[in-house]
Design a protein around this ligand. Structure first.
Ligand code: 5AD
Ligand code: SF4
Length: 446
């Protein structure tokens, strides 16, 4: 049954997007500040936070099976206190409470700053649900950032007003909000003070960020990127995920002007067919997307591109799917994510006619992924012989081996006398599907 002992240790298990990884880190920091420490690897945790994702597939079922494993002694010896957080908590919190007596807390993505009070209730045996969505309240209530990995996430924007017809995000994360400029520049400084060299600005619709700078002038994403680039110890900036409709001229120019902004753009297209794009409520055409990429490439010719794709959206014909293969051929993605359409309860597409059978989706996904793999390998092959900077992120599996990232977000492995957080100059000498081998030319550039 439910564990109501005051927890001394915790484990946060995050699923899904980088935003959840960020939220998971912040929940961890909050719990640590309360004197609840991370459970050592391989040991039971007194409190387990399941930080869930609702974007695709049978998300809720996964949560129930995780809860089952935790309570039946399969994941750990003793059943922990359980908190369900994230987007499944937001969407299905009440059902979770009703179906799973072992769950003590259900906490939505905008309410997790209240975890400490919720734990206080849970130890008295009272179960608590908090799925309020106050705009921006949580960030002010979270503790300061202290320690960071060399590559850190910084959520600058949350929620989405785009309402793509397949997507649950506008319902689980709510309306778009932009965090204030000053808070973001401060958090970026704290992250570099704590060891970060690269900052990835996160948001469900990140380029819709808007705010006022410290002089009260209205600025957009590009202005924020320039401000973060002005922090001396920031070596690299990235951002994700963007919608084609919110990419303005200033952001395009920033790719040409701000050397710390890495030559990489994650810009989902979802489909290469205009009828499907319209049914998805994407507000851009295939042609419009390609034209936009041309402008980015004119600003930054070595830009690597990444995208998201959905196959088998309701009503998608074979010919319409072929258009997705065509746009893939036209772009030449350096990497990409591709998914079978998954009906999300409450979204318009879930009740559209002509849901596509699983076998057809499987076949389309295989064909799409074959094209994407081919292009990723081609992109990696074309990198051989290039000299670039690599951010050292962690030790590799082999003795003396290190892993890092190229400016184009490729994983790079090499053997050299370096340390985590160094930025070193490397020659890329060998290309695989998912990573490259490098020779370090100069490790004195940190
Ligand atoms: N089915 C399949 N893929 C989806 N995505 C979002 N919603 C769905 C869905 N219902 C994909 C989109 C989005 C990425 C984060 O997840 O490609 O860009
Ligand atoms: Fe979902 Fe992205 Fe569309 Fe927003 S822009 S509704 S997050 S797919």
């Amino acid at each position: 049954m439910r564990n109501t002992k005051q927890p001394k240790t915790y484990r946060v298990k995050s699923f899904g997007c980088q935003m959840n990884v960020y939220d998971g880190e912040r929940m961890g920091e909050l719990l640590t500040e309360q004197g609840i420490t991370p459970a050592p690897e391989g040991e039971d945790a007194d409190l387990v936070v399941l930080n869930t994702c609702h974007i695709r597939e049978k998300a809720a079922e996964k949560v129930y099976s995780d809860i089952g494993r935790l309570t039946k002694g399969k994941t750990q010896k003793k059943a922990p206190m359980i908190a369900v957080a994230g987007c499944v908590a937001q969407a299905e919190g009440e059902e979770i409470m009703a179906r799973s007596p072992a769950v003590s807390m259900v906490v939505g993505p905008q309410a997790y700053h209240r975890l400490p009070e919720m734990i206080d209730s849970a130890v008295t045996g009272k179960r608590v649900t908090d799925t309020d969505m106050p705009a921006d309240a949580k960030f002010a209530a979270l503790p300061k950032r202290r320690k960071s990995a060399p590559s850190a996430f910084l959520t600058i924007q949350e929620g989405c007003d785009k309402f793509c017809t397949y997507c649950v995000v506008p319902y689980t994360r709510g309306a778009e909000i932009s965090r204030p400029y000053v808070a973001l520049v401060d958090e970026a400084k704290m992250l570099v003070d704590g060891g970060a060299r690269e900052i990835t600005l996160l948001g469900q619709n990140v380029s819709a960020w808007s705010g006022e700078d410290d002089k009260g002038r209205a600025i957009g994403m590009a202005g924020l990127i320039r401000a973060i680039a002005a922090i001396p110890d920031v070596a690299r900036i990235r951002y994700m995920t963007s919608h084609p409709a919110d990419m303005d001229e200033d952001l395009i120019s920033a790719h040409g002007e701000v050397s710390k902004l890495m030559p990489f753009l994650h810009l989902p297209v979802q489909s290469g067919n205009d009828r499907i794009l319209k049914a998805m409520n994407r507000s851009h055409s295939a042609e419009g997307y390609l034209k936009l990429l041309e402008r980015f490439r004119a600003a930054r010719p070595d830009l690597a591109l990444s995208g998201d794709f959905i196959v088998g959206f309701p009503g998608e014909t074979d010919a319409e799917f072929e258009d997705t293969l065509k746009i893939v051929d036209a772009v030449g993605y350096a990497q990409a994510f591709s998914f079978k359409y998954s009906p999300r309860p409450g979204t318009p597409a879930a009740t559209m006619e002509d849901q596509i059978p699983m076998e057809i989706m499987d076949e389309r996904l295989q064909r799409l992924q074959a094209s994407l793999r081919r292009d990723q390998q081609a992109f990696n092959d074309a990198s051989i012989g290039k000299t670039c900077e690599v951010l050292v992120e962690r030790k590799g599996k082999l003795d003396g081996q290190w892993l890092g990232k190229s400016p184009w977000l490729q994983s790079v492995h090499f053997t050299a006398d370096v340390a985590v957080g160094d930025v070193v100059t490397a020659e890329l000498i060998q290309a695989g599907q998912n990573s490259l081998g490098a020779r370090i030319l100069d490790s004195a550039t940190t």
